[in-house]
Design a protein around this ligand. Structure first.
Ligand code: ATP
Ligand code: MG
Length: 398
């Protein structure tokens, strides 16, 4: 039996004129994702993406798992292709799906004809194939409304495609079709989820991480690298910029009111991120902030951080509860790594009672008292280390 993977478009199909662009972007991504699994012929016809193995011995489970994580596909299925004559269709359906029909009580057959020259109509196909399968599994009953299993036959130009129920895909839009952004990645739970959510809306992204050795360790940095690696299954290959942030951070600690420290530090990080983003062709910043989660995430504090630089700051988690964020973190497999206890530079030097409603005026005044900060920020940006995160690399951290 010749098995293929089929991917079905979601929101992309609403894109009208741009649709071709979306389709070719997605084909490119699918090619890239399957490159190390085996040789596939990949194309799009009638809003469906076909991934057909071109060699023997391909691990189809792995291929299917990879494809299911590609943004832009609302659903995916594995099917077999056979000749379009009715007898072959019946035999193939039984051979491929017969096992799934055992141990259940109700099923139905669904038929679609993209090839309108086919001699049987869809209702005929449904009825006849249904009868054939009922004959093989006489304990079964047809339930057209809520069947336990669905056998689908699609008559297409180059063959009959037979499959069971579709599996939901990730949805969203192909990565890269919405531009590029720089994600601020800490070692926490939230920021990998933020990256996932924005990649889902079609943003290609790089990550930036601020490290403050010796206050933060090499292990903490490796943890962040592991998170970027885990998220790359969804975001695609990317860069992780690690900024040596110790000197600006100490300077702020030593030269500004302690109650304003966190907001001043966050503004400083935003300025450095903005400079690196622009150099990399990123058009926005992303953070994992969620409204009122901590003192630096109040509306007032957000106003102050937003005013630090001019790129738009995307906060996909702003209206999300921690429990929902954790659910997504588990879904994308970053949660277990995120909760490993390593220090983050955001939590060192933090005052016991940060100001919850900082005014921009007092923040600007505090910055006026730090004439040496800009040079330290420029130096930190200059010295950022670039780590390549490749989608096919293994995660080496535990
Ligand atoms: P997270 O779980 O993502 O660490 P958090 O709830 O701990 O978030 P904060 O520590 O206030 O919240 O950080 C808010 C956001 O700022 C993070 O989601 C992340 O986008 C960014 N951020 C925090 N620390 C760093 C860092 N060391 N490097 C880069 N970005 C950071
Ligand atoms: Mg954090």
């Amino acid at each position: 039996m010749r098995e293929v993977i089929m991917g079905y478009q979601g929101e992309m199909s609403l894109k009208g004129l741009n649709r071709n662009q979306f389709e070719s972007a997605l084909i490119k991504i699918l090619r890239y994702r399957l490159k190390t699994v085996g040789r596939f012929r990949i194309y799009c016809a009638q809003s469906t993406f076909y991934m057909e193995p071109e060699e023997e011995g391909i691990d189809m489970d792995l291929a299917f798992e990879r494809v299911s994580k590609v943004f832009g596909l609302a659903a995916v299925s594995r099917s077999v292709v056979c000749e379009k004559d009715f007898d072959t269709i019946c035999r193939t359906a039984e051979e491929y799906l017969g096992e799934s029909l055992r141990g259940i009580r109700t099923f139905k057959v669904e038929a679609r004809r993209a090839d309108k020259t086919y001699p049987m109509t869809s209702p005929e196909l449904m009825r006849e194939l249904g009868a054939y399968l009922l004959d093989k599994h006489n304990y079964l009953r047809v339930d057209v409304h809520q069947p336990q299993f669905k056998v689908v036959v699609e008559i297409r130009d180059h063959g009959a495609y037979i499959h069971g129920p579709k599996t939901p895909g990730e949805g969203g839009l192909p990565v890269g079709t919405s531009g590029r952004a720089l994600n601020m990645l800490s070692g926490g739970i939230d920021s990998p989820v933020a990256a996932y959510r924005m990649a889902k809306r079609g943003l290609a992204l790089d990550h930036i991480h601020f490290a403050s050795p010796p206050y933060t360790s090499e292990r903490a940095k490796l943890k962040v690298k592991a998170l970027a690696q885990l998220a790359s299954v969804y975001t695609g290959s990317c860069n992780l910029f690690v900024v040596p942030y110790t000197r600006p951070q100490e300077y702020i600690r030593d030269n500004a009111p302690a109650v304003l420290f966190t907001v001043l530090m966050r503004r400083s990080m935003m300025r450095i991120a903005s400079a690196i983003a622009k150099k990399q062709g990123c058009e926005a910043l992303i953070t994992g902030e969620s409204l009122a989660q901590v003192a630096s995430q109040t509306v007032k504090a957000i106003q102050c951080t937003d005013a630090a630089q001019d790129l738009p700051v995307l906060r996909p988690l702003v209206g999300t509860d921690k429990t929902e964020i954790i659910e997504t973190a588990r879904h994308i497999n970053t949660f277990e790594t995120s909760i490993l206890p390593y220090e983050d530079c955001c939590t060192i030097f933090t005052p016991p009672h940060p100001k919850i409603r900082p005014e921009l005026a007092e923040i600007l005044e505090a910055e006026a008292g730090m004439p040496g900060l800009a040079a330290l920020e420029a130096e930190a940006a200059e010295q950022a280390e670039r780590i390549r995160i490749r989608i096919d690399d293994a995660v080496d951290f535990e």
